[in-house]
Design a protein around this ligand. Structure first.
Ligand code: DC
Length: 266
């Protein structure tokens, strides 16, 4: 999962005014209320910090949060456990359906951010999905179009059941929720993402990678993601683009929070 941004200074959660203080809106698209249903999407390239940003923004705005990368990772972990190759689409879809993949919506990070825990076959896959083995195979599995269609359907069902939602992943604003109330496109240059990734590997795993090599890998992955036939990396036209090269997590979240508040009042 993308957790590349530094830890934030704490932002105070937004206080939502009582419902009667808001005027009724003509259309949901033109105006939405902070205390009612809203879908916020965060698209962007790999390792741009989408997951941590979405979780912190969810905490600040009092919304729920969906990491769609966790779903692709969980499907990959399940396939690997059952020794199903990505070419065996029928068996892959069958086992993923049978797993009853879902989230424990009450889970939080140590910092108190909402961070739903992914469950399949009745057990937590939260740790398993961060394994190197899963990380290095998930990109291939996420190219399987019928699997993407299944995931997109599940994501839309999740949004129906959890209608106050921040959802992050490459295709959330562009494909899955084209009518989202607020859309963001979060990115950083390959150099900065490589620096963050290098630091993360050093601190968490004691691995010292060459910066230039990491940068090349990240740029190549972006290029590959832009060419995907389905769910390609694109910036939705109506998304606010945020370059986090010079911002830490708190800075990005403050920008996003202000944008959501401004749109809610518009
Ligand atoms: O954000 P992440 O690293 O957890 O994503 C894991 C993989 O799944 C990564 O290869 C991108 C892919 N993915 C995707 O294709 N579509 C999404 N909506 C989310 C993630």
């Amino acid at each position: 999962m993308s957790r590349a941004l530094p830890q934030p200074a704490t932002l105070r959660p937004v206080e939502v005014a009582a419902p009667e203080r808001f005027a009724h809106s003509e259309s949901r698209k033109a105006m939405f209320r902070l205390d009612q249903d809203m879908i916020v999407t965060i698209d962007g390239p790999a390792a741009s910090g989408k997951t941590a940003t979405a979780e912190e923004l969810a905490r600040v705005l009092g919304l729920q949060v969906l990491s769609t990368g966790a779903m692709y990772r969980c499907a990959t972990a399940i396939a690997m456990e059952h020794k199903i190759a990505r070419e065996h689409t029928f068996r892959l879809l069958e086992i993923v359906r049978k797993s009853h993949m879902h989230f424990n919506w009450h889970a939080k990070t140590e910092e108190g951010r909402p961070s739903p825990e992914i469950i399949a076959f009745g057990k937590s896959y939260a740790k398993r999905i961060t394994d190197e083995e899963v990380t290095s195979n998930v990109s291939e599995f996420s190219e399987v179009i019928p699997l993407r269609e299944l995931m997109v359907g599940m994501q839309r069902d999740i949004a129906k059941a959890h209608p106050r939602l921040i959802t992050e992943g490459r295709d959330q604003g562009s494909v899955v929720f084209p009518d989202a109330d607020v859309k963001f496109f979060l990115w950083a240059s390959p150099r900065v993402r490589a620096e963050r990734r290098r630091q993360q590997l050093l601190v968490k795993k004691g691995i010292d990678r060459d910066l230039g090599e990491l940068e090349k890998e990240i740029a190549a992955r972006d290029e590959n993601d832009r060419r995907k036939p389905y769910g390609a990396l694109v910036q939705p036209e109506d998304a606010l683009s945020i370059n986090s090269d010079k911002l830490d997590l708190a800075g990005v979240v403050a920008l996003m929070r202000d944008h959501v508040l401004a749109k809610a009042r518009a």
